[in-house]
Design a protein around this ligand. Structure first.
Ligand code: SF4
Ligand code: SF4
Length: 248
């Protein structure tokens, strides 16, 4: 983490609202769907070996995930619900202003700060134009300076922990049980709007609970496949599931 004070003043250019997926909490997902917009489900799996020399990072990841059975192995699976803004956010107006500004998701309030405590803020990797980093209040030194931002980041992390099991239950109830291996690829599902909303409603009504069984991992690299196979992880050999396999 940097000890250099980083200044920031958003200029409202709207670039961060285009060409991406917007991670949402479970409540925000319901609101997003109720507005008629689509939500993707991104599923990743990992275990301790993913961060062998960084146990703190594994612990952080495990809190956002649920431990499930895959073959004879136990692995962690995390599901991220994300508003589809791959072309542009459906809430973005023609004037590049947010149409739901007062109700925008936490992640939009936090950007360009990082939510993951193990990822350093790197202005050069953000969508924001260079000039916005040269003005405004100090945002960050060796920690987040703004107490409101600090609170929003903590609320986002807490929601990730609180929602972890519910999101896996929803995946299971929709039959989405293939994950990609963290750091290798993402398994991106684009469920029907009504299907996802029904899965959330079932969970809210207490009608679905995660079983944590029968999970598979899609891995195309020979070395990774061998490693997962030796761990007893069940591999998805169908490779024709209803997901987009996106290598990272
Ligand atoms: S909800 Fe608003 S701030 Fe968030 S990506 Fe969409 S337009 Fe941008
Ligand atoms: S890209 Fe950066 S400067 Fe532009 S609207 Fe988003 S946060 Fe503000």
């Amino acid at each position: 983490m940097s000890n250099q004070p980083i200044r920031f003043a958003c200029n409202g250019c709207g670039v961060c609202c285009k060409g991406r997926l917007i991670p949402l909490t479970l409540n925000e997902t319901t609101q997003w769907l109720q507005r008629g917009h689509d939500v993707a489900v991104v599923v990743e799996a990992f275990n301790e070996s993913t961060w062998l020399s960084q146990p703190g990072q594994y612990a952080h990841g495990a809190q956002r995930a649920m431990e499930v059975d895959s073959g004879s192995a136990r692995i962690n699976v995390v599901a991220v619900l994300a508003g589809n803004a791959l072309e542009k956010c459906p809430n973005l107006g023609e004037d590049d202003r947010c149409g739901i500004y007062e109700d925008r998701p936490l992640v939009c309030r936090i950007y360009p700060m990082e939510i993951n405590p193990f990822i350093a803020l790197r202005p050069e990797e953000k969508a924001c134009p260079p000039q916005v980093w040269e003005a405004g209040e100090i945002l960050f030194t060796d920690r987040v300076v703004d107490p409101i931002l600090t609170d929003q980041i903590e609320r986002s992390r807490q929601a990730d922990r609180d929602d972890a099991r519910a999101k896996i239950a929803m995946c299971e109830s929709m039959g989405l049980n293939v994950a990609a291996w963290k750091g290798n690829a993402l398994a991106v599902y684009l469920p029907e709007h009504a299907t996802l909303l029904a899965a959330i409603n079932r969970h809210d009504a207490g009608e679905s609970a995660p079983e944590g069984k029968g999970w598979k991992v899609r891995a195309d690299d020979d070395e990774l496949r061998e490693r997962l196979h030796s761990l007893g992880v069940s591999l998805d050999d169908q490779r024709q599931g209803e997901y987009i396999f996106h290598r990272v």
